[in-house]
Design a protein around this ligand. Structure first.
Ligand SMILES: C[S@@+](CC[C@H](N)C(=O)[O-])C[C@H]1O[C@@H](n2cnc3c(N)ncnc32)[C@H](O)[C@@H]1O
Length: 214
């Protein structure tokens, strides 16, 4: 699908818009994960899995890893499981609820080698960074990482005119929490939890992949 075919903005995880964005970003993210994910057996957790399109696309490329989809409610879990069945993916667990604003939903402990989260900050309050970093700090192995993908502001400014335009479109919807967030705020939340922004990687279409480690 070309950029001109972009459907109307709709952050619902099963919307045409989110599917369009996911098809655009899944291959660049896959290539990055191929460089970063463990080559031995391990566990990987996705935050805000939405439709499950990413986890179901990535999982067959890493048959030695087990993937855990999550989201804040069970709304999309049947969809995630349907995709898993259609694609015959055997290394994806049943989805589970993790709401980044609700500590009672966070697992007590975990031994994840990696966590990732795609396209949430532009439609969520920046305060979810606190929950995200607390979960990462609690659930990751000592040498594990959290990868956060999306469009961001850098040091209070926009890196491109198209990101500024996207921000303005989001802001004009009148939803308090919609709009691009600043990488500095994620970094601050990470540092409070003993995590650090280890890498800031430019991705196609003016997005970033942020790699956080202890
Ligand atoms: C724009 S969708 C992106 C979904 C998917 N990652 C993708 O790229 O297709 C945003 C997702 O963030 C999830 N989300 C929003 N607030 C959340 C929270 N507090 N905790 C966990 N997930 C949340 C939504 O349920 C939704 O699935």
């Amino acid at each position: 699908m070309s950029y001109e075919d972009r459907p109307p903005l709709d952050p619902h995880p099963l919307s045409e818009y989110v599917a369009w964005a996911g098809h655009r970003n899944r291959d660049p993210i896959l290539e990055l994960l191929k460089k970063k994910l463990p080559t031995d057996a391990g566990e990987v957790l996705e935050l805000a899995s939405g439709s499950g399109m990413h986890i179901n696309y990535f999982a067959p490329h890493f048959p030695h890893l087990t993937f855990q989809p999550t989201d804040r409610t069970e709304e999309t879990f049947e969809h995630i499981k349907k995709l898993r069945e259609e694609k015959g993916n055997r290394n994806i667990n049943d989805p589970r609820v993790i709401d980044l604003t609700e500590p009672s939903t966070w697992p007590e402990e975990g031994g994840y080698h990696a966590m990732f989260c795609i396209n949430i900050f532009q439609v969520a309050p920046v305060s979810i960074a606190e929950g995200m970093m607390a979960c990462a700090s609690r659930l990751l192995h000592e040498d594990g990482f959290l990868m956060v993908y999306g469009p961001f502001m850098v040091d209070g400014g926009f890196t491109t005119a198209s990101n500024e335009e996207f921000h303005n479109i989001l802001r004009s919807a009148g939803v308090e929490e919609w709009g691009l967030k600043d990488i500095a705020d994620l970094r601050k939340a990470a540092e409070i939890q003993g995590m650090t922004l280890a890498e800031q990687i430019d991705m196609p279409a003016n997005n970033f992949s942020l790699i956080f480690r202890r």
